[in-house]
Design a protein around this ligand. Structure first.
Ligand code: GLO
Ligand code: MG
Length: 344
């Protein structure tokens, strides 16, 4: 069955352009103004960090958090938008400097788990069951500083605490091999899914695959997606692009390697992605050089490229492809795919 595609992004994808070497170059945009742009750009789903949804949540009581989240829920409803997931932001607080779940300090680990449970409360008010865990600082700068086996056990303990806290919540691990840490404990989807099977409820732990993260790990994003699909665990994607092994670039989908992007669309469509309500997330950032007036174009462009590649995928003659595969004439298969991509 072919896929069904709806698109999402997070408020961080409309960005002021700050990087580690320079300040913002565009004015900030209030969150509600960003929400008003979603539909115009062709997007229906909103991805949220817990504190995108409820600012300053560390200073609020449980009841205050619920009230604030309910306010956002009304705004989303008014805009005709849905919350796709909530992700606990475990990488900015001073208590998570050396990791959240894998910090060597017990008090800090407790903070990270409590914060993740608050993200679940917020998700419930917003009407989503999906919690994304990007284990940003669950890794090291020097290997001697943490016990790597214990770290995996500690991440597992946190996942189990979350599963026990809410019997319906789904946990999507977003693997990334490095940045901000030198080396991360869950670098690939294989690691994420391995952890899922160790958990108390493997059926509720899956993955979000980001194209750039797979590329940074030296892997092909469509193969990473296929691996998760084989386990029925591809519950979201962060499509974008990445020009080789450098900082995490979050370039527009397909802007570096159109054929690599094509293959991701092919895999998603051929596997009926989206038929259970999964979104196609675009984790993309505008170039720092982009003027403020046009600083949302990367989102519309990524969606346009996805849909154009989908049209190419669906235009291909599958009997012809099967025939070339049967003949083992992969050179001919390649030229025909490239011709299709070039519109010839
Ligand atoms: C950074 C990640 C980040 C996450 C987001 C949701 O490299 O891709 O953008 O996707 O924080 O957890
Ligand atoms: Mg991402």
């Amino acid at each position: 069955m072919p896929g069904t595609f709806r698109f999402s992004f997070g408020p961080w994808n409309i960005h002021e352009g700050a990087d580690p070497f320079g300040p913002p170059v565009r004015p900030g945009m209030p969150f509600t103004q960003k929400l008003a742009l979603y539909k115009k750009l062709g997007f229906d789903g909103v991805q949220l960090h817990d504190d995108d949804a409820v600012p300053n949540l560390n200073e609020l009581s449980g009841a205050q958090i619920e009230r604030s989240a309910a306010g956002l829920r009304r705004t989303l409803d008014d805009e005709g938008l849905v919350a796709e997931f909530v992700a606990p932001r475990l990488w900015e607080d001073p208590r998570t400097i050396d990791g959240g779940f894998t910090s060597n300090d017990e008090n800090n680990r407790r903070y990270a788990i409590e914060r993740s449970l608050k993200a679940i409360d917020i998700a419930n008010v917003l009407g989503t069951k999906k919690i994304v865990l990007w284990p940003a600082r669950e890794g090291t700068y020097i290997r001697e500083s943490k016990d790597a086996r214990l770290a995996v056990e500690r991440i597992l303990e946190a996942v189990n605490r979350m599963l026990a806290y809410d019997p319906e919540i789904l946990i999507l691990i977003e693997p990334k091999p490095n940045e901000p840490m030198d080396q991360a404990y869950l670098p690939t989807v294989g690691h994420a899914i391995g952890l899922a099977y160790l958990s108390d409820d493997p059926s509720r732990v899956g993955a979000l695959i980001e194209s750039a993260h797979a590329i940074l790990a030296g892997l092909d994003p469509s193969d990473e997606m296929s691996y998760a699909l084989a386990h029925k665990k591809l519950w979201s994607v962060h499509l974008n692009d990445q020009n080789g092994l450098k900082y995490d670039q979050d370039k527009s989908f397909g802007s570096v390697d159109l054929r690599r992007a094509f293959m991701q669309v092919w895999v998603l469509d051929r596997n009926g992605y989206g038929n259970n309500g999964e979104f196609v997330g675009m984790d993309v950032k505008a170039m720092r050089t982009q003027r403020a007036e046009e600083a949302t174009q990367h989102l519309a462009n990524s969606r346009e490229i996805f849909l154009a590649l989908l049209a190419v995928v669906r235009s291909l003659d599958t009997a012809r492809i099967d025939q070339l595969i049967a003949q083992r004439n992969y050179e001919q298969l390649e030229i025909e795919i490239i011709r299709a991509l070039m519109g010839r």
